[in-house]
Design a protein around this ligand. Structure first.
Ligand code: PLP
Length: 850
């Protein structure tokens, strides 16, 4: 029989155990080892059976066991202690409170929008790196006391669960999630669910709001499965990245438009102040800007002014340098959706997402372009990705040098308390914070004081944990696949003493899952070396519609199915956080071989590194920035090679060579006590040298200092008096008058050759038409020139206004010639006004005529 309704009956906890409700509801338990230990101790077998989920544990635990625990004073004391810990965590000042006291204008609230959040496997609302990053962002913000509110969707089936058929082809399951089984609370008022209205083309529907408490940070999750909604509306939040373009558009409208409305309801009910910073994590949330413009207009503010107010408080983070990874919708679909989004004019909405630049496609609405146009600040997620993004989106700022494109970068980080093996973290605990190497209560140089034997024994234990987990999953998978023959080999799969490599990530083509299979015989020799073997653990899901990715997985699984490989190379299905957490600590080396520069940052290598694993990676994403031979190896990237097949062949050959000639010898060379001293020294170097950089706390503090604080200040300035109206009017005047701005040739460089280090006086006559010198900045721009007279690596020198000459003003600057070779110069006029984030903000510039 099929149940027509599901519900959960919660046992009533005896009085001394009642704090466990709150301890299970706040996801802090996930990164707080003592609390986790408390739940585990209640019933270790049930703890494992529920997938280490305290909510499920409390709802299923035997009543007699509960009664016994309530009588156990040692246990109840621990409960009281854990509860006190939670209260302290939620109420005591942390890093941000000190920061805010020292920085006037620091935001009181920051809204962080993302289509996915990977906070914990008990709340499976993520597909991969983007979601895990968003989860780590919230957790680290919470630890640092940064007042963030997360906004996302609650997908009733989450992302799919992966399993394999006998042929190794990926299969998908979408188990239904019951919100009452999840660590969520429905936002209610007077006992009624609070809902917001959301547009769905010409229809309207209502969404309710679930709140997950992530330490100090509330995460609002919108849910369209509400009685009274049409079937089409209910389906909006069925799956993450599940349907076609209209489904996706409907989800993004719910996230952006519904998300702002949900935020308003949450703040109204909780009494929280409204956020002054709106952070869109990737383009999916871009419509939030439209809703904010609409709010201002409903308050009687004109469109142009509303745009200025919205822009000043918005920050956009782009996450992919792969054009196919950018969210783009057919224009008609977007127009159909926003036709009735009064009082916003439809043509203005459409203009925000138009690719009206060279090479752009006029038929699409581009969510990244929308993000840049509605966010005064923007960033990529590693230094290299910042540079690649500036090139990729330069078309939006055509008169500016690539280096001036207003996209900066904040390199991602990972949340140490989620990802570091608890016993390794324990070794780093520091009683004092007096040393430079102590961050967040841990001494990242702590292993320098730990002897080789202890470190190696722990590493062995971490590898052992991975081996146990892998065997359990392999056994289950072999059974599910219905493989013929004995599965006894599973008991011999992997070995805690063998050099262990990890490779796990989404099976997107650019990540080249199967590169290591390029020369299968060579790989087999490495795996089955009689004295110095290696083993490899692989995992990853392909998007359900991605048959190429599924083909790659199948190729890998078939290779791993062979009798002479299967004990040394394993593919573990259903990569998620529960698989990932024991995986990283168990690895000695983490492999990443994307097609450079398509990996925006990549965080899995960071998670491995903070468990003492070396990286063996193409210098892409974060590894380009922080690669050091002390922390691992670089797979040379031959990205200039046009032939993709040759490129793969060369990069694969380098991969094998490094493993064979460098990694294997270092791992297996032992001293008289059997210790791989050089390897252990590398572990210490990674922990002390690399880990402090890759912490998510470093990332969120960098966001706070470099992005949130300036955004909050811009937003406040813009809201003062008539600043926004004046800015909007000024921009309008500038745009109208700009065609009249012109610049004469630069004078002052009379001879063709000048001595390095000499100083020259440069002049140009600038005609401003209806504008005044106060409206602009005039610059002498100098740099290396190429064969087409294009200037590169530019340096700018502000020029001063001098005498009026016929119809214009003479501007001049003294410039020192500091680079040798072919140098070019020009004079440029850009709009200038207090409150512009960069000179490129309006995208307008005029340079010297020939
Ligand atoms: C870290 C992580 C990712 C992201 O891995 P990348 O190599 O950065 O793409 C994806 N899925 C899970 C479960 C992870 O833990």
């Amino acid at each position: 029989m099929r149940a027509i309704r599901r519900f959960t009956v919660h046992p009533v906890l005896p009085e001394p155990l009642q704090p466990l409700e709150e301890l299970a509801r706040n996801l802090l338990w996930y990164w707080n080892e003592p609390t986790k230990e408390l739940f585990r101790a209640m019933d270790p077998a049930l703890w494992e059976a529920t997938g280490q989920d305290p909510r499920k544990l409390l709802s299923r635990i035997d009543a007699r066991r509960l009664a016994a625990l309530a009588e156990d004073s040692r246990f109840t004391r621990k409960v009281a202690h854990a509860y006190q810990d939670l209260t302290d965590y939620l109420t005591l000042d942390r890093w941000y409170q000190d920061f805010a006291a020292q920085h006037p204008g620091a935001p009181e609230r920051i809204a962080y929008f993302s289509a996915e959040f990977g906070v914990s496997e008990v709340l499976p609302q993520y597909s991969g790196g983007l979601g895990i990053l968003a989860g780590d962002h919230l957790k680290a913000a919470s630890d640092s006391g940064i007042p963030i509110i997360g906004v996302g969707l609650l997908y009733r089936h989450g992302y799919f669960r992966q399993y394999l058929d006998a042929q190794g082809w990926q299969q998908e399951r979408y188990p239904l999630l019951a919100p009452f089984d999840l660590p969520l609370t429905l936002l209610t008022e007077n006992g009624e669910a609070v809902t917001v209205e959301v547009p769905l083309r010409q229809e309207k529907y209502r969404a309710q709001i679930w709140v997950a408490q992530v330490g100090r940070v509330p995460l609002l999750m919108l849910d369209a499965l509400v009685d009274g909604n049409s079937e089409a509306a209910k389906a909006v939040t069925d799956r993450l990245y599940g349907g076609g373009v209209d489904h996706r558009l409907a989800q993004e409208v719910l996230l952006g438009i519904g998300g702002v409305r949900a935020l308003r309801e949450y703040c109204r009910i909780s009494g929280d102040p409204a956020p002054t910073v709106y952070h869109a994590n990737e383009g999916h949330a871009g419509f939030l800007g439209l809703e904010r413009i609409r709010e201002y207009m409903n308050d009687g503010i004109d469109f142009a002014t509303a745009v200025e107010l919205t822009r000043a408080g918005s920050l956009f983070t782009t996450h992919t340098p792969v054009p196919a990874g950018i969210d783009r919708f057919p224009r008609d679909l977007v127009a159909d959706q926003f036709r009735t989004f009064a009082p916003l004019p439809l043509d203005r909405i459409m203009a925000f997402g138009t690719e009206d630049y060279v090479g752009g496609d006029r038929g699409v609405f581009n969510m990244a372009v929308l993000g840049f146009r509605l966010g005064q600040r923007a960033n990529g997620v590693s230094e290299l990705h910042g540079a690649v993004s500036r090139r990729m989106f330069q078309g939006l700022w055509p008169s500016f040098d690539v280096s001036e494109v207003p996209i900066t970068s904040v390199t991602n980080g990972v949340h140490h308390k989620t990802w570091i093996h608890p016993e390794l973290l324990e070794l780093l605990e520091s009683p004092t914070s007096d040393s430079d190497t102590v961050i967040d209560g841990y001494d990242w140089s702590g292993l320098d004081r730990v002897d080789d034997n202890t470190i190696w024994a722990l590493k062995q234990q971490m590898r052992g944990g991975l081996v146990r987990m892998a065997r359990e999953r392999l056994a289950a998978s072999a059974k599910a696949r219905g493989l013929s023959g004995s599965t006894e080999w599973v008991e011999r799969a992997l070995d805690p003493n063998i050099l262990t490599f990890g490779f796990a990530r989404r099976a997107a083509s650019y990540k080249r899952l199967t590169l290591m299979l390029r020369d299968p015989e060579r790989l087999k020799r490495l795996l089955n070396h009689p004295e110095r073997p290696i083993q490899i653990v692989i995992a990853g899901k392909a998007h359900p519609a991605d048959n190429i990715g599924k083909g790659l997985i199948q190729e890998m699984v078939r290779f791993a199915d062979a009798a002479d490989v299967r004990e040394r190379l394993v593919f573990l299905p259903d990569y998620d956080m529960s698989l990932a957490r024991p995986l990283y600590p168990g690895c000695d080396v983490w492999i990443n071989n994307p097609l450079r520069p398509q990996e925006a940052c990549g965080t899995s290598g960071m998670k491995a590194a903070m468990n003492g694993a070396a990286n063996l990676s193409v210098r892409d994403g974060w590894w380009d920035e922080w690669y050091d031979p002390k922390f691992g190896w670089e797979i040379p990237s031959v990205e200039n090679l046009a032939n993709a097949d040759q490129r793969d062949a060369q990069e694969a050959a380098a991969l094998y060579e490094i493993i064979e000639n460098e990694i294997v010898p270092r791992f297996y060379t032992r001293d008289s006590n059997g210790m791989p001293t050089a390897w252990i020294a590398m572990i210490r170097d990674i922990m002390s040298g690399l880990t402090p950089k890759i912490l998510a706390s470093r990332m969120v503090r960098e966001y706070t200092e470099r992005m949130y604080l300036p955004t909050a200040r811009s937003s406040a300035r813009m809201a003062e008096g008539r600043t926004a109206q004046e800015t909007a009017a000024w921009k309008q005047r500038i745009r109208t008058a700009w065609p009249q701005v012109s610049v004469s040739r630069v004078e002052g460089l009379d001879s063709a050759s000048h001595a390095l280090g000499s100083q020259v006086s440069l002049h140009a006559v600038v005609r401003l038409g209806e504008l005044t010198p106060d409206d602009v900045e005039v610059q002498m721009v100098m740099g290396r020139v190429d064969d087409n007279d294009e200037i590169h690596d530019i340096v700018t020198y502000p020029a001063r206004a001098g005498d009026a000459v016929d119809g214009g003003v003479r501007y001049g600057a003294d410039v020192r010639l500091e680079t040798a070779g072919s140098v070019g110069v020009t004079c440029r006029v850009v709009p200038s006004r207090e409150g512009l984030a960069t000179i490129a903000e309006m995208g307008l510039a005029t340079v010297s005529a020939d």
